[in-house]
Design a binder for this molecule. Structure first.
Ligand SMILES: Cc1cc2nc3c(=O)[nH]c(=O)nc-3n(C[C@H](O)[C@H](O)[C@H](O)COP(=O)(O)OP(=O)(O)OC[C@H]3O[C@@H](n4cnc5c(N)ncnc54)[C@H](O)[C@@H]3O)c2cc1C
Length: 417
């Protein structure tokens, strides 16, 4: 069923009784060519691009819960291509280009909104660092504009420019950055993958990975065993646990990241804004809620809910930057489990087990990566070769120390990324 304005009109006039489910409720078959563990953004986009780019449709996505209930539906929805390091720069650039055509590609309204992202700076040193980052972005073919204080004031007049402790000296504007509706991205990929023949198997937890003579042969699930020639682990915060089923120990720690949403307000923030003197970023959803977040909770956990010290830290940063936010009421907050790597960059690679692939380590920035991550993992699985824009996302960089991509320059410590 194609979605269109005409279809909305037609169904509306017919009492909305003609809509069909967006995807089939598939039951697991005994065997597939390829099994993808995890029905989050990355697992679904991998399945879609396996079918779309490589004609591989004998694929099952095995999801322990429901589609879109993991981090793909819990994030603060920011998409951007403002990375500086070779390796990350070309990958996120590729991803943003895919975002720009995504809704047409999937025939699904993912509410992609390139409203512009402003990273504020508060010292001369930070200005230099952002000028360098902006140049790297332009060299990569993306866009960046260095704004002075008055330039920022024209765009974001509600910020507190007068406060003495962290004066706003300017910002780096990334006009093509913005937001997308997170769960719609999962639904759009799910629907498009299903339409190409992929089975989406929900409520099936993978409990074991079958290996024979160093080669993967399938998975055990709570809905029975499934044989497969290729298996990909794409489970975000649960990566260490699922990889352990194959005897692998990953360089990943799982930490909680929280997000907060206020009551709906009239339009006030029309960009994505990030504070330069603390980990804080904010945008306004189309429903009017101010959506914001900060840093991870600094302890490893699988609890999927955060604690008050980080909530307080985030609120303090918000009040410092835009005191008017103190008038808004926080409606909801939640947490998601982040798969943090030592250098803050991800892994898209084979594993030592033949036929077993790994996609993990997205830290707190994997939503924007969803299109390119699926594109590149599908490429690796189908051709046996890493995609050029993801060639540096090797698992063995943590063993050798060579090729680490410490984007934030915080050193090789999980909880500093
Ligand atoms: C609060 C918050 C804010 C964020 N903000 C941003 C942002 O603004 N921009 C950005 O780019 N990124 C952001 N992120 C990060 C981003 O959401 C994640 O990096 C990304 O969603 C992770 O990939 P995924 O979508 O595949 O994960 P998920 O949706 O978590 O998918 C993994 C799936 O694997 C399933 N699974 C796990 N174990 C098993 C098993 N044994 N068997 C079967 N299935 C299993 C899970 O149920 C889950 O559905 C944020 C994250 C959070 C929590």
């Amino acid at each position: 069923m194609r979605y269109s304005g005409w279809q909305v009109l037609r169904q509306g006039l017919a009492g909305n009784r003609g809509w069909r489910p967006a995807w089939r409720e598939a039951a697991p078959k005994p065997a597939y060519d390829t099994v993808i563990i995890g029905g989050g953004g990355h697992g679904l986009s991998t399945a879609y691009y396996l079918a779309r780019n490589h004609g591989i449709t004998d694929v099952a996505v095995v999801e322990k819960g429901g589609i879109g209930l993991g981090n793909v539906g819990r994030n603060t929805t920011i998409i951007r291509a403002n990375y500086i390091l070779p390796g990350n720069s070309e990958f996120y650039s590729h991803s943003l280009k895919l975002w720009e055509g995504l809704e047409r590609e999937l025939n699904y309204n993912a509410m992609v909104s390139q409203r512009g992202l402003v990273n504020l700076f508060h010292s001369d040193g930070q200005r230099d660092a952002f000028a360098r980052r902006g140049n790297a972005m332009i060299n990569q073919g993306d866009d960046a504009v260095l704004l002075d204080r008055e330039g920022v004031r024209r765009l974001l007049p509600y910020l507190d420019f007068e406060q003495g402790r962290f004066p706003i000296l300017g910002g780096l504007l990334h006009p093509r950055g913005g937001t997308a509706r997170h769960d719609a991205v999962a639904w759009g990929y799910a629907r498009a993958a299903d339409a190409r023949g992929v089975d989406l198997i929900q409520n099936a937890e993978v409990t074991g990975i079958d290996i024979s003579a160093g080669r993967v042969t399938g998975v055990q699930t709570t809905r029975g065993a499934i044989r497969a020639r290729r298996v990909a682990i794409v489970v975000a915060g649960r990566s260490s646990q699922v990889a352990a089923m194959a005897g692998l120990r990953l360089p990943v720690e799982s930490h909680i990241l929280q997000a907060f949403v206020t009551e709906g307000l009239k339009p006030v923030i029309d960009h994505v804004v990030s504070f330069g003197m603390g980990h804080f970023y904010i945008s306004q959803s189309d429903k009017g809620g101010l959506v914001f977040g900060g840093d991870i909770d600094f302890y490893a956990s699988y609890a999927a809910r955060g604690n008050l010290p980080m909530a307080e830290h985030v609120m303090e940063a918000a009040m410092t930057l835009m005191p008017m936010i103190g008038r808004a009421k926080v409606l909801r907050s939640w947490g998601g489990i982040m798969d943090m790597t030592p250098d803050g960059s991800p892994v898209i690679d084979r594993t030592p087990v033949e036929g077993l692939y790994l996609n993990c380590g997205w830290n707190y920035g994997g939503f924007k990566a969803v299109p390119a991550s699926g594109w590149c993992l599908a490429h690796l699985m189908a051709t046996g070769q890493p995609h050029p824009v993801a060639a540096r996302y090797r698992l063995d960089r943590f063993l050798t120390g060579r090729g680490l991509m410490d984007e934030e320059g915080t050193g090789s410590q999980h909880n500093l990324h």
